[in-house]
Design a binder for this molecule. Structure first.
Ligand SMILES: C[S@@+](CC[C@H](N)C(=O)[O-])C[C@H]1O[C@@H](n2cnc3c(N)ncnc32)[C@H](O)[C@@H]1O
Length: 326
């Protein structure tokens, strides 16, 4: 197994987190915000995995079904033997695609993720399950992962950014990442992405809030404060916050926020900063933009990605898009 697995720490664990400059800026922004990758330590990743199994959270099941049903077609259309996945997590959704690619020819999977434990576990599981697969795991933020691939790639690549990840970014952040992905691609490479579509607000709010009897979303969102306490010597008192998710129909965006249930002063010794929160003040922990199909196709076109395949579920809730770099 060893020869088939290489794990490269492009950034040391300290560099992934410790300078916290992004967090300092985002906590001072208006609205205040905690970047979503602070949510995915081992505990956060496990809770999120449990969320994806809630029946109300239709996104994962729909995406999995689409990817599993059409994996061969996607592999055939792209014809590549390298798959780079940004934010691979458990790679539960990419597995069918890797199997389909490896059936055609020996394939290399390059997961890029900040979570070392998750990446190593995922790689080992995949290598056990899929013959003709090698893994080069990149422990890195997306940007440095993409830089590495640009310098070290061999054959034509599919770059995957799935899990409706583009929707989790604000428009200017999405622009920057699409530009980086497009720069890492050569003409003839492919970009595979997925998107959740605009739909009734009630359905979205049901999917993104806890159903009766569950506290998974609550734990997932508040875990971010716990993580920041750990990383930056903070004193967020978790019991003095609650969380709720609202769909903003003006911006077509799900906004998940943590609210201060009373006025409080928070110290983050490691960042040399203090926050004064008034009662009811919120911190955004996740955005999830809901696309309209033509807008997404047009947006991809701006980065020289031409959609060559798309697979949408029968209820028109969710789409998988394969685009070719021109
Ligand atoms: C919600 S999970 C998605 C996993 C998988 N793509 C899926 O759709 O099921 C997000 C993953 O991206 C990773 N991640 C988030 N932000 C990242 C960043 N800026 N750079 C690298 N990895 C990141 C997290 O560690 C986590 O494993």
């Amino acid at each position: 197994m060893e020869e088939r697995l290489k794990v490269l720490e492009l950034e040391k664990p300290e560099a992934l987190w410790l300078d916290g400059s992004d967090l300092r800026t985002s906590l001072r922004a208006s609205p205040r915000r905690i970047p979503s990758y602070y949510g995915y330590d081992q505990r956060g990743s496990e809770i999120f995995d449990a969320i994806t199994r809630l029946p109300e959270y239709y996104l994962t099941a729909t995406e999995l079904r689409l990817l599993r049903t059409h994996a061969r077609e996607i592999a055939e259309l792209a014809g590549c033997d390298w798959l780079v996945e940004l934010g691979s997590g458990s790679a539960r959704k990419t597995r069918a695609l890797l199997e389909a690619m490896a059936e055609r020819k020996p394939t290399t999977f390059l997961p890029v993720d900040v979570s070392k434990e998750m990446l190593e576990r995922t790689a080992e599981r995949l290598l056990e399950a899929v013959a003709d697969l090698s893994v080069i795991g990149l422990i890195a933020k997306w940007e440095s992962g993409l830089d590495w691939v640009r310098e070290n790639r061999a054959g034509p690549c599919v770059f995957a950014f799935i899990g409706s990840g583009l929707g989790n970014m604000l428009a200017d952040e999405r622009d920057l990442l699409l530009e980086r992905i497009s720069d890492a691609c050569r003409p003839g490479d492919y970009f595979l992405t997925t998107a959740d579509f605009e739909k009734r607000p009630a359905m979205l709010e049901t999917a993104y809030n806890d159903p009766p009897g569950s506290d998974l979303w609550g734990q997932f969102r508040l875990n971010r404060l716990h993580r920041i306490n750990e990383l930056f010597g903070g004193d967020f008192a978790l019991e003095r916050y609650y969380e709720y998710c609202h769909y903003n129909t003006v911006t077509s965006t799900i906004e998940a926020r943590i609210y201060a249930s009373e006025a409080q002063r928070v110290r983050l010794a490691g960042l040399g900063m203090e926050l004064n929160l008034v009662r009811g003040e919120s911190i955004v922990v996740d955005y999830s933009f809901k696309f309209r199909r033509p807008e997404l196709v047009e947006e991809l076109g701006r980065y020289r990605f031409r959609v060559v395949g798309e697979w949408i579920d029968g209820l028109k809730q969710y789409g998988v898009f394969l685009a070719r770099k021109e």
